[in-house]
Design a protein. Structure first.
Lengths: 280, 184
């Protein structure tokens, strides 16, 4: 049994909230630069260059890349041989978010009640996904998610007969309808299988993958490539200004499901893809 | 890429008419920052026959909820938010003389119709390029509803703020044209 003071989690969450909002990840910078080489549309290219310039300014000045610094989504995998001491897990995480958003000059984008809509003033509460795993480590991921791309997300319960082709046309059509709204170039997170609530989680988790890394299952890797090709043939382009780079990548995550069901979820991520992981 | 067109606020019918979908534009002058709740409140004031917190004639509203400024900065990162959430309110503001909007994403047919009928223009700024855009904002002042925090109504002074024309006063739409041109 390993004892871990929860204050350590608070510190890590705080640091990750600030870093991931202000520092573009290596894969994001690479995708942006590759897209600048590929994009033929003048307006789309201009948008990509401004996006790249913005990444540099944010990193140099230590300010957020996007004013929408997101709802803080936190994934925690806790080894079952860890004893968290000195407080409770969720309070410690919320406290890290509170401190990070305050000290990092990040926007407070959370309302306490969905209909009465009073800002909580400190960007809490976070969305926390906890998983108990073997071992004595804690793996913490902070993934702030902006409202613009989150709003362009969906879940649909298909019959199994919809199959591979049904899913492909659903995802492509969804991205077409979303158009410029989710701040393309997007990363298209697709969950397939599980249950109604699990499939949305799968789509979200797929966005934590390094951008453009294929699903390890060849069947789904091929499906990712096919969907990405079709999306980039839509012509939407960077920021919807027209062009060939509408999405950087399609990531599919799957899970076993009921004999009657084929749940599918699409969780779009904007080009300001933010997530960072630390193992404690 | 054509040279950007420089315009200053307030906008006139003539300056609006000169802008075409796809034009790169640099805006200089006073603009107003407001998003969801500000729009709801502006329209409520109009419906009650009360004055608005600013003279809307010829003005531009930028759909933005900035991040907090660091010490010594005018404003924090300040990129556009998605525009369709304002669609229900925009036609009424355009009818009252609002000439321009800056946001990102598609507008409803009612907004496009109001833009054509009243000779207005809808611009997009680059979503997510918030630190870059903030550099063009020289002054920021909350002029109403400070309790809304990042959503308060602000008056901004901008110099060469980069935007692109999406919907022009002749009914052209860059999103539709761009997609059609590059679809394969």
């Amino acid at each position: 049994m390993r004892e871990l003071p929860v204050q350590e989690l608070t510190e890590v969450v705080k640091r990750l909230c600030i870093e991931t909002n202000c520092q573009p990840s290596v894969d994001l910078v690479r995708m942006t630069e590759e897209s600048i080489q590929k994009e033929k549309s003048p307006a789309g290219l201009s948008a990509l260059k401004q996006i790249r310039e913005n990444q540099k300014i944010a990193a140099t000045e230590g300010v957020a890349m996007c004013q929408d610094t997101g709802l803080a989504v936190v994934f925690v995998e806790i080894g079952q041989d860890v004893h968290l001491a000195g407080g409770d897990l969720e309070t410690a995480i919320h406290e890290g978010v509170r401190q990070g958003y305050q000290e990092g000059y990040l926007r407070k984008s959370v309302v306490r009640d969905p209909l009465r809509r009073e800002n909580t003033g400190d960007n809490t509460p976070a969305i926390i996904h906890t998983k108990i795993v073997p071992g004595e480590q804690v793996r913490l991921t902070v993934a702030p998610k902006g409202g613009g791309s989150e709003n362009m997300s969906t879940v649909k319960m298909f019959p199994p007969s919809a199959g591979r082709e049904g899913i492909i046309s659903f995802v492509v059509d969804w991205v077409r309808q979303a158009g410029a709204n989710p701040c393309p170039p997007t990363i298209v997170g697709v969950g397939i299988g599980g249950s109604f609530e699990r499939v949305a989680y799968l789509a979200k988790v797929s966005l934590l993958r390094e951008i453009g890394v294929a699903n390890p299952d060849q069947f789904y890797a091929e499906m990712e490539r096919e969907i990405l090709g079709k999306i980039n043939d839509l012509g939407i382009g960077p920021q919807g200004f027209g062009g060939s780079v509408t999405s950087f990548a399609v990531h599919i995550e799957v899970a076993p499901c009921h004999i009657a069901s084929l749940p599918v979820a699409v969780n779009l991520n904007c080009h300001v893809s933010r997530h960072q992981t630390v193992i404690i | 890429m054509t040279e950007p067109i420089k315009i200053s606020t307030p906008l006139t019918d003539a300056s609006v008419r000169s802008l075409k979908a796809g034009d790169n534009v640099l805006i200089t002058g006073t603009i107003y920052a407001g998003r969801d709740i500000v729009h709801q409140r502006l329209v409520e004031l109009l419906q009650q026959g009360k004055p608005l917190p600013f003279d809307i004639c010829g003005q531009i509203i930028y759909y933005v909820g900035p991040a907090p400024a660091r010490p010594g900065q005018v404003i924090g990162p300040a990129g556009p938010t998605t525009s369709y959430r304002m669609d229900g309110y925009t036609p009424q503001l355009v009818e009252r003389g609002l000439k321009g909007m800056i946001g990102k994403g598609n507008r409803s047919q009612a907004v496009v119709d109001a833009i054509v009928k009243n000779q207005a223009v809808y611009f997009a700024a680059i979503g997510g390029a918030a630190a870059l855009i903030a550099r063009t904002i020289q002054k920021a002042e909350v002029i109403a509803w400070p309790e809304l925090g990042p959503e308060a109504l602000q008056r901004l002074e901008v110099v060469d703020m980069p935007v692109i024309v999406i919907n022009d006063s002749n009914g052209n739409d860059l999103y539709a044209e761009g997609q059609k041109h590059y679809a394969r």
